[in-house]
Design a protein around this ligand. Structure first.
Ligand SMILES: *Cc1c(COP(=O)(O)O)cnc(C)c1O
Length: 403
């Protein structure tokens, strides 16, 4: 068996992330018929738990495909040719969303910032004031490829006040930092299970407001009788009193996600947010102490889930990442997509990777990997700096929060 046939011992990526033993046990349960009462109850429970993490009483739709399915369903459901939308771009996923909307015939007004920065809410307010035709605002809460976050608490209410609906990509925020769907007045919010929840990729977790349902129903172009249809879920599942699925659901994924949600909610959302924040601060402290540059322009815009590190001049990050994987069994990420791919290393600290001393392992792997290519990195200083942060008493073991 070569090292290419084995999974790395440590996974610190932008997702999917390594699942916890409890989640793996959930995934390994027997595969039930989807209409067994016990599974129907579990599916409804998962919806309730997802709503708890979204901090909302909106309807939850669990679409059976990777999070991109939920994003595409939201775009196709709410967009109409000739409508005006505001797209906020601080990275790849925001850029893609604009392309989708333009392909659907939408007049897209775009605010784009450098991909190491966050959207400025004052600019959003100005665009809304200047363009009363805006019916839709699209934004990515956590731009995973760039390791940055946007100020949703300000952007959501602004859009709502201007009479616009919001589509929010909260895929990598969910479970690792607050997604206050109701308080922030968000309309369609999409998350994935394979990021901070530490679940399997394969289900899109979608929260839909009453206003968004009304807009979907009023849109003749919204997908119907389609895998991309949110309305099918409403007509079949919700309106049957949650007894009839529109199609067979991914039962094993739901079992795994249920276990991951139990683990998260037993620990408590705030404890999980604190754990992710602490891992992120430890990584940033370590990167600085090692003498490397953080990609994010400031700590305020840096992500809770991944720490992006600027690739030192003259170095090929692909070669370093492959070396770190094969020599040390540690899987790190690059910038993953298009323009970001070659520019950063990403140390992922989502889900189980935010626990314990994982940030120290990630920092050590990056530091040693770079040193092996002649970059001078002070690994000892990085470990010390990270440990200063990790000494803080957030319970990093599985289970209950420290009181
Ligand atoms: C992971 C992620 C998605 C889903 O995209 P994949 O590349 O298919 O995993 C969408 N948006 C954001 C912000 C993500 O982090």
């Amino acid at each position: 068996m070569s090292s290419n046939d084995r999974m790395a011992s440590f996974t610190y990526t932008g997702g999917p992330v390594a699942a916890s033993p409890r989640t793996l046990a959930g995934l390994g349960q027997p595969i039930p018929y989807e209409y067994e009462p016990s599974f129907l109850n579990r599916f409804r429970d998962v919806e309730r738990k997802v709503a708890e993490v979204f901090e909302t009483d909106q309807d939850i739709v669990l679409m059976q495909g990777e999070a991109v399915l939920g994003l595409e369903a939201a775009a196709k459901g709410l967009c109409r040719p000739g409508m005006t939308a505001l797209n906020l771009v601080s990275g790849i996923f925001g850029k893609w969303f604009g392309d989708w909307m333009r392909a659907l015939g939408v007049e897209v007004i775009e605010i784009e910032v450098e991909w190491n920065e966050a959207i400025d809410p004052a600019e959003v307010q100005k665009a809304l004031d200047d363009n009363p035709a805006i019916e839709l605002v699209a934004v990515v809460q956590s731009e995973t490829p760039s390791g940055t976050v946007n100020p949703m608490a300000e952007i959501g209410p602004m859009a709502n006040k201007a009479g616009a609906l919001t589509i929010v990509d909260a895929v990598s925020a969910f479970g690792g930092s607050p997604v206050r769907t109701s308080e922030w007045e968000l309309d369609i919010t999409v998350a994935g299970a394979q990021k901070c929840l530490g679940g399997p990729p394969g289900v899109a977790l979608v929260s839909v407001s009453d206003r968004a349902w009304a807009a979907l129903e009023a849109n003749p172009d919204a997908p119907r009788s389609s895998y991309l249809s949110l309305l099918d879920w409403k007509a079949s599942w919700i309106e049957s009193g949650r007894t009839k699925f529109p199609y067979t659901v991914s039962v094993s994924d739901i079992n795994g996600i249920d276990a991951a949600l139990d683990e998260l909610l037993e620990e408590g959302l705030e404890a999980s947010f604190a754990r992710h924040d602490r891992a992120a601060r430890a990584c940033r402290a370590g990167v600085r102490a090692m003498g490397l540059d953080l990609w994010a322009a400031s700590d305020e815009v840096a992500s809770h889930g991944v720490t992006a590190v600027t690739v030192p001049d003259g170095l090929d990050n692909q070669v370093v990442i492959e070396h770190v994987r094969s020599a040390y069994g540690v899987m790190l990420s690059d910038g993953e997509h298009a323009d970001m791919k070659e520019r950063v290393f990403r140390l992922g600290h989502m889900g189980p990777a935010s626990r314990s001393l994982n940030p120290v392992v990630a920092l050590t792997a990056l530091g040693q990997g770079l040193a092996d290519f002649g970059v001078s990195t002070d690994i000892g200083a990085a470990v010390e700096a990270a440990m200063k942060v990790l000494e803080e008493p957030v319970d990093a073991t599985a289970g209950a929060a420290v009181s």
